[in-house]
Ligand binder design. Structure first.
Ligand SMILES: Nc1ncnc2c1ncn2[C@@H]1O[C@H](COP(=O)(O)OP(=O)(O)OP(=O)(O)O)[C@@H](O)[C@H]1O
Ligand SMILES: [Mg+2]
Length: 179
């Protein structure tokens, strides 16, 4: 398991771009993290790194969006598992057909997407809380970035490679790419 600190959104994006250099068609990335943790930001970096078509956005109102490659690389399939009631619905999307030709990213996939593939990258993004609350009326806190600020707070990312597909992958190299 690799643990990284991401001080800003640009570094979250950079991690996504670095991921693009180690993934290939058929891979599954399971992204977990609270609201606003940076899951979509990371997927945007991955999409940029893979060179796929279209704007990678929060898959709101959409269960899954496919971004075909602009070149001859794999497509990016971006899934919002939060909108799914359960694994049966993920199955119903018939993603299996495109799993082989795509890099599939499932946001909020913890506990849900695992059953799709024995080989997967599990990425957890944590936004540590505490100490950064801008309480109204408390002068000493005025101007301090609060927990309501989406940009506030270094993210702690844990990357766990599961399954034989990743046996020879050097996850520590990702840390160097993020800087
Ligand atoms: N490492 C970071 N440090 C600070 N801010 C960050 C970092 N990574 C991403 N952000 C910012 O956090 C905000 C939320 O990011 P993003 O939309 O990617 O989160 P998400 O996990 O996809 O949220 P949701 O659960 O709503 O889908 C954005 O404003 C983004 O720029
Ligand atoms: Mg999102």
């Amino acid at each position: 398991m690799t643990v990284l600190q991401l001080p800003d959104a640009a570094s979250t994006r950079a991690l996504g771009q670095a991921l693009a250099t180690i993934v290939r068609a058929g891979d599954l990335v399971v992204l977990t993290g609270d609201l606003g943790a940076g899951k979509t930001t990371l997927t945007q970096g991955l999409g940029a790194g893979l060179g796929v078509r279209g704007q990678v956005a929060s898959p709101t109102f959409i269960v899954a969006r496919e971004h075909p490659s602009l070149g001859d690389g794999p497509a990016l399939v971006h899934v919002d598992a939060y909108r799914l009631g359960g694994l049966d619905e993920l199955d119903a999307l018939d993603l299996d057909s495109s799993l082989e030709e795509s890099v599939t990213v499932v946001e909020w996939g913890g506990g849900l997407a695992e059953a799709l593939a024995e080989d997967r990258l599990e990425i957890g993004i944590e936004r540590p809380r505490g100490g950064l609350v801008d309480l109204p009326g408390e002068a000493e806190h005025d101007g301090v970035l609060g927990d309501h600020d989406p940009e506030a707070g270094v993210r702690r990312v844990t990357i766990r490679a599961v399954g034989p597909r990743w046996a020879d992958t050097d996850l520590a190299a990702l840390a160097a790419a993020v800087g």
